[in-house]
Ligand binder design. Sequence first.
Ligand code: ADP
Ligand code: MG
Length: 596
Amino acid sequence: MSVTQTGLKGAARSVCVGWRDMVSQIRDAAELSSQLHGIDGKGYGAYKSISGKYRVGDFILCIDYVQGDPYAAPSKLRVQLDMETAGFPLDIYGNIDRKVGLEDYLLRAFDWFISREVKGHRGSGKSGLIAVDSPGQEVIQRTGVKVSPSRVEVRLVAGLPARGRRVLGYQAEKMLLGELPRVAQGALFYSRLNADNLWRFVLNKENSAELRRELCRRKAVAFVADRAILPRRSGISEEPMSTAQAVPFESPPSLRTEIPLANGGSVSGMLIPEGVTLIVGGGYHGKSTLLDALDRGIYDHVPDDGRERVVTLPQAVKIRAEDGRQVTGVDISFFISDLPNSVDTTAFWTPSASGSTSQAANIMEALEMGAEVLLVDEDTSATNFMVRDMRMQKLVSSDREPITPFIDRVRQLYEEKGVSTVLVVGGSGDYFDVADTVIMMDHYRPVDVTRRARAIAKENPTGRVRESAARLGGVRHRYPDPKSIDPTRKGKVRIRDRGLTTVEFGSENIELDQVEQLVDVSQTRAVGQIIEYARKYLPECSIREALQRVEEDLDEQGLDIISPFSGHPGDFARPRMMEVAAALNRLRSLRLLQGR
Ligand code: ADP
Ligand code: MG
């Protein structure tokens, strides 16, 4: 009996259901053991016979899917433990933040015990592997562990061992009945875990989620705690820079606020108010590092990350130029109109956008999805999109320039739409005219220079004229043609990640390397599945409505629902719908329904 990895979601579901009924009976560990002895030395396919559920000590071991070959994708397993036996008090998973925190902690604990107890390599291909989907610096809802009042369940993968393609039954026994129970013993009992660490982890997650909710009440877009460590170890490591090197964050007195924490105590730090905020300062003084911390502030972080008390409104979006990307029917006329060849910019389509048109499209798509804050760094912006100074305005008159630069629109975004902007600018003081708050980074320390910037602006008029005052109006919602979102290739559904920044979707690769707030490869995996899941709400819904419905489904039914393996949804992390929309927007086959 086995579940074959069929590409067709519906088919996979029905196979799983039938198969589940058949094996709902739980067998003894001794039976698994004698079966493994019995197939030792046989062809690899003999492993298929061990599918099923077994009682192994306190645990139930579910062998959900058996790989067909030692080199193929590994087998899928679950370990279950009754909550009563596991002993976690209800209080530690009593709300969604704590539950996500506990699940995440258990996943990390399981992973840690794997590295201690599992020998690893035991033959050809993936033989000997035992792995869970282990998290990084962020604490995100994941499918790797599921906690409920009735039980704790860990979803993992294992490489059933072989020499060449011959079953190594005795080695498999060591893995499944020796190593795996030892890992679970270490990781899944409340009484055996370090309760102080566990509670600290869970309450840390809850505290930062609450802190983020507090932003809204205080009409602020972000908060950066005093003593936060913002810089990372290196360009390829998300771990904090060592405390010996890093200059801890210290808020300027005028922006310092003390906020009570959900679980007692309080935290002081810099509160960035709504409106238009500039981060200025000399090169290499820490501007981009601060902005990066803000763009990650939509996520909760692990204790000691350095950014665990750095939070940003949940719908804050990093905006950048991204030349070469496709744009599908986006109304960018707020920024760009009258392109040569009378290209229509109210439904702008191009297979390869320029720096400025891509940045305009990124903003309009973010607004379409309900962005509350735009995070913009000059390092990754198109210069001509950001500003046109007085001299350039004189030389190239505005009837020859299709772009209304961001400087002439940023206040409108706030005043008409309530969308705030935090902008890193080292190069253009013209922006002083439109800013509410100006923060200067000086040797990695923020200084509130709002007054000085205003005074300078007053004494030194830029001589610029505002290029357009037309109102933004409503953001146009787009209705995709479901036929243009095809996850199949050669008749089979094919959706998978190719690392953090690429989703293979049908016969296309969706490139997400410029979508900076996608932070975990398990989110990337989920993005592809969510696009597929969202198709059921098309063509009736716009992109925004369809993804809102998906969000509601995920809130109500959990992240497991996006998995094509109903028996084992083990390696997804929840992305924002903002990033799912970003992926859909980068699907080159995407077409819109006409006339909607
Ligand atoms: P800018 O955008 O102002 O040019 P960056 O933010 O890129 O500067 O920072 C320049 C360098 O300084 C980076 O290598 C970064 O890791 C480091 N850095 C940033 N903030 C700090 C800090 N608080 N303490 C120590 N080093 C820092
Ligand atoms: Mg920079």
